[in-house]
Design a protein around this ligand. Sequence first.
Ligand code: NAD
Ligand code: MG
Length: 392
Amino acid sequence: MGDGPTRLSILGATGSVGQSTLEVVNAAKRGAFQIKAITANNNVDVLAAAARTHDAEIAVVANPERYQDLKDALFGSETIVAAGPTGLDEAADRDVDCVMAAIVGAAGLRPALRAATRAKRLAIANKECLVIAGELFMQAMAASDTEIIPVDSEHAAVFQVINQRDPSTIERILLTASGGPFRTFTLEQLRAVRCEDALKHPNWSMGAKITVDSATMMNKGLELIEAQQLFGFDYDQFDAIIHPQSIIHCLVEFCDGSVVAQMAHPDMRTPIAQSLYWPSRQSDDIQKIDFKSLSELTFEPIDEQKFPAFRLACDAMRKGGPAPAVLNGANEAAVAAFLDRKIHFLDIATTVAKTMEKSEQMNLFGPATNIDEALEIDAEARKLAQDVMVTI
Ligand code: NAD
Ligand code: MG
C-alpha cells in the first residue's frame, strides 16, 4: 500500500479470520507489514503469542477480567497491554494503513467504525456491522475517506468482478452458498440436528457463529444485505444460489447476457490477501484450482421451506429501516442460545421470525439515525428474542 511496511491492526486477531490474516502476514516478504494493534475477547494465550511473534504495539483483551492474565503473558515484552472498551478504543486509535475488522457480531461495530475512520483502508470481514447499521457505516467511511475492501469471500469476488465496470451495465449479482452441512436434509431430519452437527461445515473452517449461520442459511441472507450496503444497486438485483463445491463465489450478470464469475479454492487467505494487497497481488502457497480433477460445478435454488432464515433476511433487506438490525440482534441471541444447547436448531429461525413479527406489530423501532440508536435496536431485539424463545 505504498512505500514502507503496511501498518496493520487486527480487531479479532484470535478468531478464524484474525488467525488467517496473521498467516497471510507470516507468508509475506519480511518487513511488508508492521502490526500495530491486535485484539481478542478472552483468548489471552493466543493473543499474547501473536503479540510476541509480530511485535505488536498494543494488545487488547475486551474482557476486562483477563487484563492481568494478558499482562502476565506479555511480561517483559514491549507490547502495551490494555483491556475493556477503553482498551478497544485505544487499539482503534492507532494510526494505520489498514484495519482488519474481524470481530464477530454486533460487538465489532463500534471498534470497527472507530478504527476505520482513522485508517486509510478498512478490510471488512465483520458483516454484522453492515447489517445493523450499513447506511450509517458507509456514510462514515465516505466522510473519513476510508477505502473499503470486502473480506467475505463472495463480496471479495464481486468486488473484483465489478471493479471499474459501468454500474448501469450490471443487471444481477448472485452470491453462491455451499448449502452448509444440511443441504440435503429433510425438514424431519433438520428437527433432530444437534449443535455438534451444525458446527461441521463441509467446505469452510470458520468461527462457531458463522458456521451455525451457514447451517441455517441465515449467513447467505446476511450476505445479501452486506452486499447491498457495500455495492449499492437495488435489493432485487441481488440473489443467492447454492453451489455445493464452493469454487465459484459470485456470478455477475451484465445487460448483454454475459455472466462473469470469480473462482478460487475455498480458503479465506485468498480474499484476506486481496484485501491487504489490493490492487496488487502477492503469491502464496494457497492451493490452486485443479480444473482437470474438477468433475462438476453445480447449482440449485435455496429451499426457503427448509431454510426460512434465508427468507427472513431477504424480507428484512426489502423492508430496510430497523428491520436488518432487528433480524441480526435476534439471530445473534438465538445462535448463542443454540450454542448453549438451550434451543433446537429449527428454533433459531422461529425465534428470529417471532422477534421480527412482534417488533413490527408493536411498532417498536424507527430507523436509526446514529450508531447509538442502531446499537439500542440491537440490544432491544436481543431482549425480545429472549422473551419469545422456546427453550428446551
Ligand atoms: P471467530 O469467532 O472465529 O472470531 C471472532 C473474533 O472476535 C475473536 O478474535 C474473538 O476474540 C473476537 N470477539 C468475539 N466477541 C467479542 C467481543 N464481545 N468483543 C471483542 N472481541 C470479540 O469468528 P470468525 O469466523 O473469524 O468471523 C469473524 C467475522 O468475519 C464474522 O463477522 C464473520 O461473519 C466474518 N466472516 C468470517 C469468515 C470465516 O471464514 N471465518 C468468512 C467470512 C466472513
Ligand atoms: Mg461468505
